[in-house]
Design a protein around this ligand. Structure first.
Ligand SMILES: C[S@@+](CC[C@H](N)C(=O)[O-])C[C@H]1O[C@@H](n2cnc3c(N)ncnc32)[C@H](O)[C@@H]1O
Length: 170
């Protein structure tokens, strides 16, 4: 009984520490609701074996749905140690480790040159900072999908203003 209580306490303290630590990250963790993830992936026209990147992949929900429902390959970039470890654990448990890789790093350091689709649920200032990287690294025809915030100055070729989902083609 005491062992369970101690384990629970350690987990709770770990979660609190990682949440406090998140304040110093570029973007806080707010997961995209799953029905919207599905809409996003449909709007991306994600095809089997295409490579999707989720910049700031959180609990891995976008990667998991993209693999299970769209048969894509996925790379998640996540800086937060707790969410990196949790998403990796979920992916392994679901038997998806061959199709999904989560990298613990900043998305500013990621190599995006192989991506077919890049998903971003970030902040306007971070979208702005990522623009030169996306333009320089992404191949022609790659799609960038943003949720909640637009890419200022870019023309979306598809969008859903109600859900705040925007797709841009490079
Ligand atoms: C708004 S959440 C989006 C989570 C997930 N993509 C989704 O849509 O459900 C943003 C995520 O970005 C992560 N993050 C913040 N700054 C980061 C950085 N510089 N590099 C990588 N990940 C970062 C946060 O830890 C958080 O999990």
């Amino acid at each position: 009984m005491i062992t369970i209580a101690v384990c629970a306490l350690i987990i709770i303290i770990g979660i609190i520490i990682t949440y406090c630590y998140s304040i110093f990250y570029d973007v806080p963790f707010v997961p995209t609701p799953k029905p919207i993830v599905r809409r996003i992936l449909k709007m991306a026209e994600l095809k089997p074996d295409e490579l999707l990147y989720d910049l700031g992949s959180g609990d891995g929900r976008v990667l998991i749905m993209a693999t299970r429902e769209f048969e894509a390959k996925c790379i998640g970039i996540e800086l937060n140690l707790f969410r990196y470890a949790l998403s990796n654990w979920r992916i392994k448990r679901m038997g998806l480790a061959n199709q999904i890789k989560v990298i613990r790093s900043s998305f500013f350091e990621a190599d995006l040159s192989q991506a077919d689709v890049v998903f971003m649920y970030l902040l306007p200032s971070i979208n702005e900072k990522l623009k030169p990287k996306l333009i320089n690294e992404l191949k022609k025809g790659a799609r960038v999908i943003t949720f909640s915030y637009i890419m200022n100055g870019w023309k979306a070729d598809k969008f859903d203003d109600e859900l705040k989902v925007y797709r841009y083609k490079i």
